[in-house]
Design a protein around this ligand. Structure first.
Ligand SMILES: NC(=O)c1ccc[n+]([C@@H]2O[C@H](COP(=O)([O-])OP(=O)(O)OC[C@H]3O[C@@H](n4cnc5c(N)ncnc54)[C@H](O)[C@@H]3O)[C@@H](O)[C@H]2O)c1
Ligand SMILES: O=C(O)C[C@H](O)C(=O)O
Length: 353
């Protein structure tokens, strides 16, 4: 009996679905087919996808129309998260990877790798207290990136970001794959918080507010530039002090409220997707995509610094200068640089030791 070509395709799709593990080429064919008529779609991996950030981040990326293939890697629970998300009727094809032996398959062919793997803070801890565990995790994962998708853009979320980004850079240098434009420490949550808190003070909708936050991602290294808020606004010294402290301690506010159950996960997933989406729009060739990120930089004497960057087809294609600072911000900048220098050096020394 002859089947129509349409029926043949349906049978082939069913057969592929019934296979416990679809091979890579059929996954990619399916993804390409789903993306037909729209943008070709990007291949994105999340490392640490079963965690507090990883799960909502994976869900939001599954909903992102720019994503055609979504690889979810973790050392625990990734099959369950993958099965769950795979039932969502959105375009991205989801595939799960469990444990170190599957890391290379998770990374092969990826355009963007988002890394929220690692332990979070508990009350009383600093982000630097996470260094001993997270440094090794980031090192291993970045070695995988260097080997399997050296041209991917990397969005690094794992703390302490001020040290994990230098660690990643050293791993890539050692592997001979380092391109500073493609390594971005995610500081979007600081901007998201700053927009929210400033909007509260100004009585505006947070979606109308944009606050550049520069420096790094920890304590005094988080430096909101309130003099450059859009729409242009002025603040009393008390408002400036209140807002700066609240933005710098936003992470601790959540850690204390969660009382031992971890740190920001939902707002972080939102921020990570905002940033990843900007990276994908840049990769697609959209013009004028600008976000703050912690990147290799010549803006100060430090080798890494967070400022606004323009995202393009090759990553952070332009790193913007700080712009005019007021006296309060100049003092803050000196404090930020002092702390950042030590954190950056600690990361570099971890790989060079
Ligand atoms: N950059 C930021 O703004 C920001 C914001 C919030 C949290 N964070 C950081 O993100 C990290 C994750 O936070 P969370 O709340 O999701 O923690 P979590 O403990 O809920 O999840 C972390 C996940 O990482 C996985 N993991 C551990 N080792 C791994 C490895 N070797 N390979 C792959 N996966 C591994 C764990 O199994 C877990 O599923 C923490 O370091 C936290 O401090 C950063
Ligand atoms: O505060 C933390 O430890 C997590 C994260 O860096 C945050 O800013 O929420």
């Amino acid at each position: 009996m002859e089947f129509s070509s349409d029926a043949n395709q349906r049978i082939a799709r069913l057969a592929a679905h019934l296979q416990p593990q679809m091979d890579e080429s059929s996954i990619l064919r399916r993804a390409d087919c789903r993306a037909k008529g729209g943008s070709p779609g990007f291949k994105v991996a999340i490392l640490g996808a079963a965690g507090g950030i990883g799960q909502p981040l994976a869900m939001l990326m599954k909903m992102n129309p720019l994503v055609s293939v979504l690889h979810l890697y973790d050392v625990v629970n990734s099959p369950g998260v993958t099965a769950d998300l795979s039932h969502m009727d959105t375009g991205a094809v989801v595939r799960g990877f469990l444990g170190q032996p599957q890391l290379e398959s998770a990374l092969t062919g990826m355009d963007l790798v988002i890394i929220p793997a690692g332990v979070p803070r508990k009350p009383g801890m600093t982000r630097d207290d996470l260094f001993n565990i997270n440094a090794g995790i980031v090192k291993t994962l970045c070695e995988g990136v260097a080997k399997c998708c050296p041209n991917a853009i990397v969005n690094l979320i794992s703390n302490p970001v001020n040290s994990t980004v230098p660690i990643a850079a050293e791993v890539f240098k050692k592997a001979g794959t380092y391109d500073p434009k493609r390594l971005l420490g995610v500081t979007t949550l600081d901007v998201v918080r700053a927009n929210t808190f400033v909007a509260e003070v100004l009585g505006l909708d947070p979606r109308e507010v944009n606050v550049p936050v520069v420096g790094g991602h920890s304590g005094v290294t988080i430096l909101p530039l309130l003099s450059q808020v859009k729409p242009p606004s002025s603040f009393t010294p008390e408002e400036t002090e209140y807002l700066t402290n609240r933005i710098q301690n936003g992470g601790t506010e959540v850690v204390e409220a969660k009382a031992g159950a971890g740190s920001a996960t939902l707002s972080m997933a939102y921020a990570a997707v905002k940033f990843a989406d900007a990276c994908l729009r840049g990769l697609r060739g959209d013009a004028g995509v600008v976000e703050c990120a912690f990147v290799a930089s010549e803006v100060t004497e430090l080798p890494f610094f967070a400022t606004k960057v323009r995202l393009g087809r090759t990553g952070a294609e332009e790193v913007y200068q700080l712009g005019p600072l007021n006296e309060y911000e100049r003092v803050g900048l000196e404090k930020a640089k002092e702390e950042l220098a030590g954190s950056i050096q600690k990361g570099i020394a971890f790989i060079k030791k």
